[in-house]
Design a protein around this ligand. Structure first.
Ligand code: CDP
Length: 793
């Protein structure tokens, strides 16, 4: 529900940011089927790689017989962990400083783990030959129930690590335990709730894959891969494989969705590199859907006990939580090094608290590694879910309206920048207008009246509210790095003699429309129309260093870099213009696209004129070099803190317990809005994701560690049939430290929608005396909740 007049959505070269509802520059190729994804890469003589995976969750490898596979007429190589060990490549570092087996050498530690690979002339032969490999496993007792992982005598999963005698990964705490205890002791009300955020999977449309092409003559490796972070991956390949970094080129072509799942380096990428080195040919690896669901990075898997303390009249005083985190067999969490629990510290939400404390224990289990930031800024999704469920539990106990309770406790606009009790500094926010706008669009009071009428008739209608604050844009180098690589972003802008430009980014789009929005940012700053600005990304040979796209960091970090590099070019253009117009720099005024002499608008030069002069004949002002280009590396001073108010309306069929999302209202505030249409698309996608997580999705395991969600027949993801027509709105609270005031938005809706949906379902079940039910709220779970049956662990 964008209430602005249609004229504001037309392309407007004078006002490219915010007003330009520019159609996406990348769409002509996507809608014509001309996108170029990893699997579209075809190279002469290319071979195909397939991976043999463990059928069991925990077993010692007794022997591997590859002779029959090697004898297959189309097979070129069969490689096992033992062979990789000889090359020193059997293990690789994970993003969180653990090590992960590229191919298992001693034991397999989760079902689906990589055991061996085959390289063959075609994909079918490679797959056929996998069946000819004979592995003898000595099956061990697996650790599947995370609550039993630290039991005395539990099997030790990571006996590869020196001196490891249990399955403990880390303990972490934040906030002030004693101060929080004191506030709880004195509070009128304290509510405790156990809350599970189940294991889910990003499940992008395109699975993971790579094409490695190692040139033995000049020692150059070119790797096309489904990566969200090409530069960081290149550096890690250089470190792990000992290849010189300048001889490695990582190309991330078009990517069919990443959602955080394409941040880690997966064994398959490394296998394809090894295969190309071994065979001297280009080698392609593309995993299938089941491989993707069972072996690439999962998300969430937090078991949380939350406590909230308040006064009797609903002033929230403190929040405390204890979390048990399942990290799978290898700690593959993607988060800045200083933050083993990601940005979970933001569990204090949008509320002005007196104290807060979190204690977390992370453990290994015999499940796939992960903990990736699935459409979320490093565990913010879990944090927002916790606090927004707790606030609803408190509202239930106090018999207060959940909106009223939230508004009463909001951090006030004059309190920003606001330091939370866990140390985060929220840059800006004005929460109540956003909440009120959502209520207005929803017709909140009317909805409550309708609910009362329906309840009186025995119908189950629920209204759920979520108000979230995210922390996005990792991040300041003083605090944030991934494996020692600072989280700054480079950007380069080159204006050609005819005034057309190329901007080169270190971030990498996976469908977010960067080719459009980054052109808009540069256009806004330098006055060249967006259509005349090409955006280059996803190729380490073509772009400056930076850490890539995840955690909604592109706009806060790289977007800022794009604005600043354009300003740098504009500063140089001003010097050249002063020479052309024969006035001092101080006598020049900038008006989108041209400089004119102050008080004499007729005497002007356009940016295109200046570009030609910068490259052309004739003198430039003293000290000014030819050319019109600049490069910067932007180190953000803080994260940006977008917020949003979501309201969900559900109906539950009392006969089948099926939940139907009838309406969903999302009002987002991401500061300055660059492209309203793209923002809307991001929000629609995230909300749809939220329906999946709240109602349908879970990667479950049986007691032997068999993954029960290994295909899209079992792992349900939402379609257009499960979602309503989204109703969106916005408010604008610019970020004070971002050059154009923009905050990230790519993941807001994935973060904010699950709590709104669950709160709505629980609200619908209020007549049954239910205060909480765990996701995914499938019909059977809702049915059990209605019947008072115990919830699954
Ligand atoms: O890092 P990622 O691209 O996934 O997330 P983002 O920075 O939040 O941006 C997602 C898309 O929304 C990009 O195309 C942004 O340029 C666009 N966006 C926008 O138009 N205005 C904003 N204030 C934030 C993002």
């Amino acid at each position: 529900v964008d209430q602005r007049p249609a004229s504001e959505f037309e392309n407007n070269d004078q006002k490219p940011v915010g007003h330009g509802r520019m159609l996406r520059k990348e769409d002509p190729r996507f809608i014509r089927g001309k996108g170029r994804y990893c699997d579209d890469v075809q190279l002469p003589g290319m071979l195909h790689l397939a991976i043999l995976r463990s059928p069991v969750a925990h077993a010692r490898i007794v022997s591997i017989d590859t002779s029959a596979a090697e004898a297959h007429p189309k097979v070129k190589a069969v490689v096992t962990g033992a062979a990789l060990a000889e090359m020193g490549l059997a293990w690789m570092p994970t993003l969180s400083g653990d090590v992960q087996a590229v191919l298992a050498t001693d034991k397999v530690r989760f079902q689906g783990q990589e055991v061996a690979f085959v390289v063959a002339e075609d994909r079918y032969a490679a797959r056929d030959a996998l069946e000819l490999i004979d592995v003898e496993y000595d099956v061990l007792e697996p650790v599947i129930d995370v609550r039993r992982a630290l039991d005395p005598g539990a099997p030790v999963i990571r006996d590869d690590l020196d001196g490891k005698e249990n399955n403990h990964v880390f303990d972490w705490e934040t906030g002030d335990e004693a101060a929080t205890e004191a506030v709880f002791a004195a509070a009128d009300v304290a509510v405790t709730q156990d809350i599970v955020y189940p294991r889910v999977h990003p499940a992008p449309m395109e699975t993971c894959g790579s094409v490695a092409d190692y040139d033995r003559i000049d020692g150059r490796l070119t790797l096309w891969s489904t990566t969200q972070a090409p530069h960081a991956h290149r550096t890690l390949y250089a470190i792990v494989a000992g290849l010189p970094e300048h001889k490695i080129r990582v190309i991330a072509p078009d990517i069919g969705g990443g959602f955080g799942g394409k941040v880690p380096i997966y064994p398959g990428y490394v296998c394809s590199i090894v295969a190309s080195i071994v065979t001297g040919k280009p080698v392609k690896w593309m995993e299938d859907r089941s491989e993707n669901l069972t072996s690439t990075g999962f998300a969430r898997d937090y078991i949380m006990r939350g406590e909230i303390a308040a006064t009797g009249d609903g002033r929230i005083l403190a929040i405390r939580t204890n979390v048990l985190a399942d990290h799978g067999a290898f700690n593959g969490v993607a988060a800045p090094v200083k933050y083993p629990a990601g940005f979970f510290g933001v569990f204090t939400g949008s509320y002005d608290l007196q104290a807060a404390y979190c204690k977390m224990t992370a453990v290994h289990t015999n499940k796939a590694p992960g903990g990736v930031a699935y459409a979320c800024s490093f565990r913010i999704t879990e944090a927002v879910y916790l606090v927004e469920r707790l606030v609803d539990c408190l509202a239930y106990e106090l018999k207060m309206d959940p909106v009223e309770l939230r508004v009463k406790n909001f951090i006030q606009p004059e309190q920003f920048p606001y330091k939370t009790k866990t140390g985060w500094v929220y840059d800006s926010g004005d929460y109540e207008p956003t909440m009120r706008k959502a209520m207005e669009i929803a017709g909140y009071d009317e909805l409550r009246a309708e609910q009362a009428e329906r309840r009186a008739r025995g119908e189950l209608m629920g209204i759920g509210v979520c108000f979230f604050t995210e922390a996005v844009g990792a991040g300041p180098r003083k605090d944030m790095d991934i494996l020692g690589l600072g989280m700054a972003d480079g950007c380069e802008l080159r204006v050609h003699p005819t005034g057309k430009a190329v901007v080169r980014l270190s971030v990498q789009s996976q469908g977010q429309g960067h080719e459009t929005t980054f052109a808009q940012i540069v256009a806004e700053e330098i006055g060249i129309p967006p259509a005349d600005i090409d955006v280059v990304h996803g190729d380490t040979d073509q772009t400056p260093f930076g850490l890539g796209t995840y955690g909604s960091r592109s706009t806060p970090v790289s977007g800022a870099a794009a604005a600043l590099v354009a300003r740098k070019v504009r500063d140089k253009a001003r010097l050249i213009a002063s020479g052309m117009l024969e006035v001092s720099v101080a006598d020049l005024e900038w008006q989108k696209g041209s400089f004119h002499v102050k008080g004499d608008p007729g005497k002007s030069v356009t940016i295109q004129d200046i570009a030609m002069r910068a490259h052309g004949a004739g003198d430039l002002p003293e000290g000014v070099e030819g050319g019109l280009e600049a490069q910067i590396c932007y180190n953000p001073e803080n994260l940006t803190y977008p917020h949003g108010a979501y309201i969900c309306v559900v109906d539950i069929d009392p006969g089948t317990a099926q939940v139907k999302v009838r309406r969903f209202i999302a009002v987002d505030d991401c500061g300055t809005r660059i492209n309203p249409m793209i923002i809307e698309g991001q929000v629609h996608g995230g909300l749809t994701d939220g329906v999946g997580m709240a109602l349908m999705e879970m990667i479950a395991f049986d007691e032997d560690g068999n993954c029960l969600g290994g295909s899209l027949m079992d792992y349900l993801i939402p379609t257009s049939l499960e979602v309503p027509d989204w109703e969106t709105g916005f408010t604008v609270t610019p970020s004070p430290h971002h050059p154009i005031g923009a905050k990230g938005v790519g993941e807001s809706a994935t973060v904010g929608s699950p709590p709104a949906i669950v709160n709505a379902v629980v609200d619908a079940l209020k007549p049954f005396g239910i205060r909480h039910a765990d996701m995914p709220l499938t019909p059977s779970r809702v049915w059990d909740a209605m019947r008072g049956a115990p919830q699954p662990p």
